[in-house]
Design a protein around this ligand. Sequence first.
Ligand code: HEM
Length: 447
Amino acid sequence: MATDHTGITHAPGALPIVGHLFPLLRDPLGFLNTLPSHGDLVQIKLGPQRAVVVCRPELVQQVLLNDRIYDKGGPIIERVGNALGDGIASCPHSAHRRQRRSLQPAFSRTCLREYATIMAEEIDTLRTTWNDGRAIDVATQMYTLASGTIGRTLFTAEAARPAIDTVTECLPDIFRGIYQQAVLPPLLRRLPLPSNRRYERARNRAWAAVSKTIGLYRQDSQTHGDVLSMLLEARDDDGGTLGDAEIHAQIMTLLVAGIDTTAVALTWAVHLLCQYPDVQERLRTETAEVLGSRTATWDDLPRLDLASRVITETLRLYPPGWIFTRTTTTEARLADAVIPPETNIIYSPYLIHHDERFHPRPDSFDPDRWLPEREPVRGAHIPFGGGARKCIGDNYAMTLATLALSTIVTQWRLSHVDHQLPHVEPRMTLSPHKMQARVECLVRAPD
Ligand code: HEM
């Protein structure tokens, strides 16, 4: 194993031309978890490109907190920009403050409280389709819940419904495409492979559906009190309105950043509650006391402690966003290493969350590790990233997941259909491939 003059260790096993492409496509999580044993800063190769993986929480925090030096960039961000336009998640530091200011009001506590009403309605709609004793496809159900809720938060107008449906249909191919395109060498990206074509088609359809919705809203003078209306009314620092391209990029970004991540988190939470029926029973005791048999609402949140710890622990074990990239804008010092400008940097919540130095017994599901009296290692729980680029939808996601999980557990007993662990599919998000659960109704007529 080589350490170069900059103090960065080189991960073993890189092949000529493709570098670490095969482990990154075949078993990226297993590969990532081997890296900390080589050092705190480990270089891997994506085809001809190199990237430095940061393997300690305090170093990851330095990267996240210095967004001027460690700017958005690198192969994943390039692909995200290509798929969504230059929105808040992929724009450079120089454009970010302004974009964040225009979007932040849509995620205020007051707005979240309003969105919680939409969340409760969508949770109710979902469970009316479940039948006592039957199996449900958990991933599909949670995807329907997240896309319905986030879609309605962004555009409430009835005329936007088809756009939500189209985007919802296209997102899985967009996700798969972004990850594959990020790890493929540039030459292979441009070949007319079926996967590349599927990705292009999905991206273009979603893009057109969102454009059409913005056009409909522009023609219509009434405000709908949703995120798209807020963006259309927003003023930048000079008092100007936002252009269509920027609004388009923000809407695509929110759809892509919000739906799959939240759906995947809920799917893993259901899986873990099936795998640990004792935790499921404890959670039911809590939710029954708070809710009786009704749907959880915003006002219940402060009393749904265990539900929120279950989600936090789920996000530790299976962080939906498992890998992110940055690029150094100048020479940077990290630990003892000197990192040249334009170096790709990788941080992985999955890697940090599964390192036993920071999370004892990292593979066991223990929601009580998040009890207030237990002190977690600082900076070692990063499912929503950190610093200026921290997830803007963190509270939105936690609210939806807590309300949904509490309501589901109060009204249904969940169990695995088969006892095989779901296969983990690392796309842009860490997705469980095929996850079924049997649902047993616990309330006579759910109201
Ligand atoms: C459990 C669900 C979610 C997880 C795990 C998650 C995770 C993350 C992470 C890790 C980042 C930082 C990425 C980086 O450092 O490069 C991020 C950014 C972002 N997320 Fe989320 N997210 C979730 C839900 C949502 C939701 C519901 C929305 C909106 C509806 C959303 C919108 C965004 C946006 C816009 C950014 C970019 C923020 C910026 O750069 O200023 N996310 N998310």
